[in-house]
Design a protein around this ligand. Structure first.
Ligand code: MUC
Ligand code: MG
Length: 367
């Protein structure tokens, strides 16, 4: 069970349709495939999606930190020594996405070694999650069309709407059009990616007061400390901290400070080990949890559903698991399918992911 090698393979797959939101936009999935090899001939895999506008990492920085710092620190450790592994990674500040992918590849390798699925190893609550689709910035009619297509094709009935543009009416008009065209049966919530001020956010939430929103997420920056507390105290739905509360310590700070009343867990930035800690904290504090999406590819989405399905709290709400549908291609040998509004974990050991070697050879950028 000893780690013998860590590979960091950059690859790039274009999106059919770019995703736009208040803090950035994504046209091509320039991600990093992480492979952890062991002395038993096992290979664990995971995917790192860099988000420079949120966490400061790039594809090149993720490859560099894995190759130069993290691989030498973890080679020789057993797959079971995950606390020691994280103590070593923790000597380097930042780099959450690089650390998370390495962590998830280690869990995948452990599952494959023990011939047990990762979901069972983590908690084994269920084998599937309801799916929420994220709608990026566009005209109201195009966003309504996309939501209807997702409902008709995949049975998805929960939508997260990206907001945070100016004037706020650009976005409130979209949410109103979605409610009017899709009816009362769909679940809608909004994510501002810190695009509005606290007062703009409050105005937008008042304008949408009759639209039955489920949550509001990161409408204004958490660093606008008093403004954000004021906003959260006004809003009558759970207010999700996403990028402002990555670690368990961040969650504690934001929630106890009155700047959030719910959280998003994204395994792409906290792996399985730290996501577990955040989950347990949220359970103890009695917070609502949404399983978020870092614009993951299929392997990343498989990691997300493997984690989300493991616990009652994370599988209660629809998880954001469908962004891979906008990619022009992917690395998995057998593509993920969302049907009846659900994504099911892969059976088999670890994550159950098999990569298509031809596709990897085609999309990798290091050869
Ligand atoms: C989200 O929930 O904010 C956008 C950027 C990112 O890192 O995640 C997405 C979705
Ligand atoms: Mg968000």
């Amino acid at each position: 069970m000893k780690i013998t090698q860590v590979e960091a393979i950059p690859f790039a797959i274009p999106y059919r349709k770019p995703l736009r939101f208040a803090s950035g936009e994504v046209h091509t999935a320039e991600h990093v495939l992480v492979r952890v090899h062991t002395d038993d001939g096992i290979v664990g895999v995971a995917e790192a999606p860099p988000r420079p506008f949120t966490y400061g990492e790039t594809q090149a920085s993720i490859v560099a930190v894995l190759e130069q710092l993290f691989a030498p620190q973890v080679v020789g450790l057993s797959l079971l020594e995950r606390e020691e592994l994280h103590a070593r990674l923790g000597r380097t500040v930042g780099n959450p996405v690089a650390k998370a992918a390495l962590d998830m590849a280690v869990w995948d390798a452990l599952g494959r070694t023990l011939d047990v699925g990762v979901t069972e190893l983590l908690g084994g609550y269920t084998d599937r999650m309801r799916v929420c689709h994220m709608l990026g910035f566009d005209e109201p009619a195009a966003m309504v069309d996309e939501a209807q297509r997702m409902r008709d094709t995949h049975g998805i009935t929960t939508f997260k709407v990206k907001v945070g543009r100016r004037p706020v009416a650009l976005d409130t008009a979209v949410v109103r059009a979605l409610r009017e065209n899709l009816g009362e049966d769909v679940e809608l919530y909004v994510d501002g990616n810190r695009g509005w001020t606290a007062s703009e956010s409050a105005r937008a939430m008042r304008e949408m007061a009759d639209l039955g929103l489920l949550f509001a997420e990161e409408l204004c920056p958490a660093d606008d400390v008093l403004g954000r507390r004021w906003l959260v105290s006004q809003v009558d739905v759970p207010f999700i901290a996403d990028e402002s509360a990555v670690t368990a310590a961040d969650v504690t700070r934001e929630v106890l400070g009155g700047s959030a009343t719910a959280i998003s867990i994204k395994v792409a930035r906290t792996g399985f080990t730290h996501s577990q800690r955040v989950h347990h904290l949220a359970e103890g504090l009695g917070l609502e949890v949404v399983l978020g999406n870092q614009i993951d590819g299929q392997l990343g989405s498989l990691c997300s559903v493997a984690f989300g399905a493991a616990f009652r709290l994370t599988s209660r709400r629809a998880g954001e698991l469908s962004n891979f549908l906008d990619l022009s291609d992917d690395l998995l040998a057998e593509p993920l399918e969302i049907s009846d509004g659900e994504l099911v974990i892969r059976p088999g050991a670890g994550l159950g992911a098999e990569l298509d070697p031809g596709k990897l050879a085609h999309y990798r950028q290091d050869q």
